[in-house]
Design a protein around this ligand. Structure first.
Ligand SMILES: C[S@@+](CC[C@H](N)C(=O)[O-])C[C@H]1O[C@@H](n2cnc3c(N)ncnc32)[C@H](O)[C@@H]1O
Length: 257
């Protein structure tokens, strides 16, 4: 990640012998390799750029886009509300740009397993290329092409994470895939979708702890004595709904008499 004087971001991958080109200026790869992150290099136009390996919040907005990508502000809460842990076996759908896949892969670590369903082969291909290019090798990631509602074949998984428009179609398949106590987490942009999902989960009656939330993140501006929230913010992205699978022989949620 190259940052100019105004901290504008330019994402590039270093390849031996291939200079980086930013705004017409060239930077030799040999000037970067072997130096510490956070070092400034100069382009052939004498313009300085700070160089870092990208963090996930820097990488995600700069990934090549096919579908709508999840914002980093939502990925943090998703990882906690889905209670991801090293070694977890996780089913995800759809893959989209692969942003959430990268965060899930990082959270489950080398001992975990991620199986991701994507209905569009072209999206899956682009996402796999981005993950290979910017995240690295992922021997514990399997991408399956198909409709997750119809094709979900795994059983005994710890988590099912859905970022697709009609997750209520996947509730039964998710219940069958999850182990008892496993967590289903769905990410949806609109209220009517959330309402449909929550109603469907309640009717299904074999998930407990159904919770919906949204996160608002406001960046702040600090310059001299001017310390205030930034004027603009991303006011709405999506809602997170999570639920826990009941035991196999628990047919419904116990209710107060
Ligand atoms: C909003 S995007 C997902 C973005 C992704 N979470 C990311 O971080 O880049 C939704 C994706 O779900 C896929 N999709 C929609 N319905 C699906 C289904 N029934 N089964 C599998 N994938 C599906 C779409 O093709 C699209 O790529």
């Amino acid at each position: 990640m190259f940052l100019d004087r105004k901290e504008r971001e330019y994402l590039a991958r270093l390849e031996p012998g291939r200079p980086i080109s930013i705004r017409g200026g060239k930077i030799a790869v040999a000037d970067i390799v072997g130096r510490e992150e956070g070092t400034a290099v100069r382009s052939s136009f004498n313009e300085p750029f700070l160089v870092f390996r990208p963090s996930l919040p820097q990488l995600i907005p700069n990934l090549p886009r096919s579908a709508q990508v999840i914002y980093p502000k939502d990925i943090g809460p998703i990882l906690i509300w889905a209670d991801l842990f090293p070694g977890a076996r996780v089913v995800e759908a759809g893959v989209g740009v692969g942003a959430l896949s990268m965060a899930l892969l990082r959270a489950i670590g080398d001992d975990g397993q991620l199986i991701s369903y994507e209905i569009r082969e072209d999206f899956a291909e682009l996402a796999q290329k981005s993950v290979a290019r910017y995240f690295g090798p992922t021997p514990n990631w399997t991408v399956k092409i198909g409709d997750v509602a119809a094709e979900l074949a795994e059983t005994g998984v710890d988590r099912v994470v859905l970022d697709l428009p009609e997750p209520w179609q996947v509730i039964d398949a998710a219940w069958k895939a999850l182990r008892p106590g496993g967590i289903l987490l769905c990410y949806l942009p609109t209220v009517l979708q959330i309402k449909t999902l929550v109603d469907a989960l309640r009717d299904y009656n074999r998930f407990a702890c159904i919770e919906t939330s949204e996160s608002l993140m406001r960046f702040w501006h600090f310059k001299g004595m001017s310390a205030r929230p930034q004027h603009r913010m991303v006011a709405h992205t999506g809602f997170i709904t999570s639920a826990r699978r009941l035991a196999d022989d628990q047919k419904d949620i116990p209710r107060a008499p």
